[in-house]
Design a protein around this ligand. Sequence first.
Ligand SMILES: [Mn+2]
Length: 202
Amino acid sequence: MNIYLEWGVAFQRKPGEVETGDLYLVKPFPGGYLVAVIDGIGHGREAALAAQSAASILEANPQENINILIQRCHEALRNTRGVALTLASFNCKEMTMTWEGIGNVEGIICYNSLRARASSKSLLLRPGIVGCNLPNLQENSLKVSTGDTLILATDGIHYCFSQGLDVSASPQQIAEKILSRYAKGNDDALVLVARLAQGGKK
Ligand SMILES: [Mn+2]
């Protein structure tokens, strides 16, 4: 079975800023994908630099255990204002998603409607700031199947973004719709939508 991740992203900068502190990463590795959304604390250049350092660490080691990745980001960001970070690692052989959220990048997983279980689940976020104040990390893992959709959104998106969501649209369409409906307009805002799919693409 050939499993891959289809995804889309939509974002906007805080009005008046030329740089964004909200970044995302989708990085394939053998047998899986690392997906992350990063919100640099504050806005503008300082926030952008902190978020970029975290993104480059994640990008260089996408197959690494996610709690080790968070620990590495924490150490590398000690001289910055830090970031909020939610990341998820998809294992396409075992069909699991391992995830961790530090700070307030919201995460929700919407299950394929053909599955007989609750339709969606919010990911637990631990209070803290990567680079300043790291909570105890634990393994969080859940079973996933094709059609399951992960949505990550920074705090520039109103937290009720998942209400009445139509997850039958494409990931890009979902991301754009959430941004246009729920961006607060006074902060950087980013929404990433990733869905496990099966078939033709490698
Ligand atoms: Mn923010």
